[in-house]
Design a binder for this molecule. Structure first.
Ligand SMILES: NC(=O)c1ccc[n+]([C@@H]2O[C@H](COP(=O)([O-])OP(=O)(O)OC[C@H]3O[C@@H](n4cnc5c(N)ncnc54)[C@H](OP(=O)(O)O)[C@@H]3O)[C@@H](O)[C@H]2O)c1
Length: 237
């Protein structure tokens, strides 16, 4: 759902957008008719390396809003490593194109995944919950390994890929509003400060458009949560 919101916000800002979707059923008529969008109807992991390289060719930015469908098949069936494998395939495709300027890669991850470079402490409650998620829900492990892939395999010295792993808290559907961006979750996680999907899309759009914001957050894992005080936005702090 966040992917659809991101596409809408990018089109509103007159970007040229290519989307890879399993089905066009969830895209509105106005989006499908927009001359700035190219829709590729495919299940992302079924694409060949050549097809993937063609789809990301000449893109300034590539974003992944993939997530497992929250039913039994989506959580416990194949592909268990949807986010990791798609991240690996997209970054490898970007690298294979060898553009003269690096391409931005933005991953939608989760606040449940720690930034491995920071000493992020967790309360007993949070650690217990995350242990349950890690061993009980394969999608959580997938989010962890997708982020690990960026930190460890793509790294920060990559000539072709610059990346950012965006970490929302519990997602809700609401209009764009004030939100906070933090290096680490300062008020704990799963504590009732949700994140609107439209705010995630907004932040991703800003990362794509705003060079200063990108320089601030590239190679990092910013946490995004709706602002406690809606009158106050601290984007890019
Ligand atoms: N739920 C939360 O509270 C929460 C909190 C923090 C972070 N997150 C993370 O946020 C992301 C999900 O955000 P969301 O709510 O916007 O997700 P969503 O609405 O469930 O969208 C997930 C997307 O992934 C696609 N997808 C699912 N399985 C696929 C497969 N096997 N092959 C190809 N595409 C597939 C879906 O395609 P179809 O439309 O064709 O199904 C859909 O476009 C996940 O990475 C999740 O871990 C979630």
């Amino acid at each position: 759902m966040t992917g659809r919101l991101l596409v809408a916000q990018l089109l509103d800002k007159e970007h040229k957008v290519r989307v890879i979707v399993r089905s066009t059923d969830n895209l509105s008529e106005s989006v499908l008719k927009n001359p700035d969008i190219t829709v590729i109807e495919a299940s992302i992991l079924d694409l060949t390396d050549e097809e993937m390289a063609g789809h990301v060719r000449n893109c300034d930015a590539v974003a992944s809003c993939l997530g497992h469908v929250m039913d039994f098949k989506g959580m416990y069936g194949a592909p268990r490593q949807l986010c990791t494998e798609a991240t690996r395939r997209m970054c490898s495709a970007i690298e294979s194109n060898r553009h003269s300027a690096p391409t931005k890669f933005i991953l939608m991850n989760t606040v449940g995944v720690k930034n491995p470079e920071l000493e992020e402490s967790r309360s007993w409650y949070e650690r217990g919950l995350l242990t349950l998620l890690r061993y009980g829900l394969p999608p959580h492990k997938d989010n962890e390994t997708a982020a690990e892939y960026l930190f460890q395999d793509v790294g920060k010295e990559n000539q072709y890929v610059e990346w950012c792993s965006v970490r929302p808290d519990s997602l809700i559907n609401a209009d764009v509003s004030a939100y906070d961006i933090e290096e680490s979750p300062s008020t704990g996680i799963f504590t009732g400060r949700p994140t609107s999907r439209s705010n995630v899309a907004h932040f991703m759009t800003e990362l794509i458009e705003n060079a200063a914001l990108w320089n601030r957050w590239q190679f990092r894992a910013p946490v995004i949560m709706n602002a406690v005080d809606p009158g106050e936005t601290t984007v890019g702090r």
